[in-house]
Ligand binder design. Sequence first.
Ligand code: SF4
Length: 110
Amino acid sequence: MPLSKKAEVAAEVRNVTEAIGMTWEQICDGAACADHPNPLIFLPLEGPHPLGDAIQAKAVCRRCHVRIPCLAWATSNIKRTMTEGIFGGHDRSDRRKIAAEVRAAMVTEA
Ligand code: SF4
């Protein structure tokens, strides 16, 4: 049976998380958001246009070369990234679901 898109992302995140060994500073080196003219779009609920900002931020993340390490970091540090911020192209709700799928996959394999 083919994996759902979320399960595919969860598997990818899990693989990266296991191998990542990167700090947030290393992940940010060369990130697409690092020199974005409006970094507040990555914290959409703090600005006046939450939906539009989130869409813009996710579009930036889609072309970021560290999207998967960023998502892996944010997912594995879920308590520290419980803001509504966008990490790796996903909002908090998405990241919670991905983190749950990663945990479920780890339990299944244990
Ligand atoms: S994936 Fe998005 S939030 Fe993460 S480093 Fe890249 S642009 Fe920034």
